[in-house]
Design a protein around this ligand. Structure first.
Ligand SMILES: NC(=O)c1ccc[n+]([C@@H]2O[C@H](COP(=O)([O-])OP(=O)(O)OC[C@H]3O[C@@H](n4cnc5c(N)ncnc54)[C@H](OP(=O)(O)O)[C@@H]3O)[C@@H](O)[C@H]2O)c1
Length: 270
């Protein structure tokens, strides 16, 4: 796709899953990429794969919970390529379990990675994106669109990103910066194998997903569409949007029952 030829993107969470797959897709379109995450070897492997696909990419070891490291990731990308057209925030961690039984430090950590780990790079990238009238994009989640049992902190962190980006979209429109989010359901990546339990450690056997799991390339398709059409928000799957509208129209009655059944949390009988 020509519009990405020579464009410069910084992708957080680029060592795995959605971030990695999007990096490779953008590389195949000739984009130049800064790849940020904590695991240097995995980033280097993605950079090599990106080069093989015709892109140019380099690894920027970054912990997104550290604002100084986020600033350096943005600056390193601009120093290397001279500009920044896209920031795509994919770094994230999932947590599933009863909120009241969850370790408070673990709850805070999820918020730091998913929310502040998006806010910090966004904050540092905005001056550069204004110069290129570029795109600021993040991956949220359907659990950031509708309260979901056992995903309280994960969902809250994604609601927070949705809210941040909804405001930024209006605030940055006069500067020509596009701001958008992709909110997927379950996607086939290592995220679920590493989902944290209430104690803040990954489950030995992660709970099975209660919904269909979508191929990662479908999610990449949505991200590319978001960037090309400069959309505010896309969902995966798309048909969740009319369900959400219907649910809202009936005061949440429909979704409450559906999710209670799916997650086995019906009210006790009087
Ligand atoms: N997969 C799904 O079902 C699904 C559904 C909805 C939304 N999402 C969202 O999509 C995004 C990508 O998830 P994924 O499915 O691709 O998961 P993944 O394969 O587990 O990838 C997560 C990425 O985040 C990085 N990361 C985690 N903590 C980090 C930190 N402190 N600093 C920097 N990087 C960090 C990881 O790299 P390192 O470990 O190397 O740092 C990895 O590259 C996340 O925001 C997730 O919440 C995923």
């Amino acid at each position: 796709m020509n519009i990405f030829q020579g464009k410069v993107a910084l992708i957080t969470g680029a060592s795995s899953g959605i971030g990695r797959a999007t990096a490779l897709r953008l590389a195949s379109f000739g984009a130049r990429l800064g790849l940020a995450a904590r695991t240097t070897e995995k980033l280097q492997a993605v950079a090599n794969e990106a080069a093989a696909k015709g892109g140019e990419a380099f690894a920027i070891p970054t912990d997104v919970t550290d604002r100084e490291q986020c600033r350096r990731a943005v600056e390193a990308t601009v120093e290397r390529f001279g500009r920044l057209d896209i920031l795509l925030c994919c770094a994230g961690v999932s947590m599933r379990g009863p909120f009241a039984d969850s370790d408070l430090d673990a709850l805070e950590r999820v918020m730091r990675v998913n929310f502040f780990g998006t806010l910090y790079p966004a904050y540092c990238a905005i001056p550069h994106l204004k110069k290129t009238e570029g795109s600021l994009a993040a991956i949220t989640s359907l659990s950031g669109k509708r309260g979901t049992p056992f995903y309280a902190i994960y969902g809250a962190s994604k609601f927070a990103v949705q809210g941040l980006f909804a405001s930024l979209r209006l605030e940055l429109a006069p500067a020509g910066v596009h701001v958008g989010v992709v909110a997927p359901g379950f996607v086939d990546t290592p995220l679920r194998e590493n989902v944290l339990g209430p104690d803040g450690r990954p489950y030995e056997t992660p709970p099975p997903p209660p919904f269909r799991v979508w191929p990662v390339e479908k999610c990449v398709d949505r991200i590319i569409e978001l960037l090309v059409k400069r959309k505010a928000e896309l969902l995966l799957p798309w048909f969740v949007r009319p369900f959400l509208a219907l649910d809202e129209a009936v005061g949440g009655w429909l979704g409450d029952r559906y999710l209670a059944r799916k997650f086995g949390c019906r009210k006790k009988q009087e």
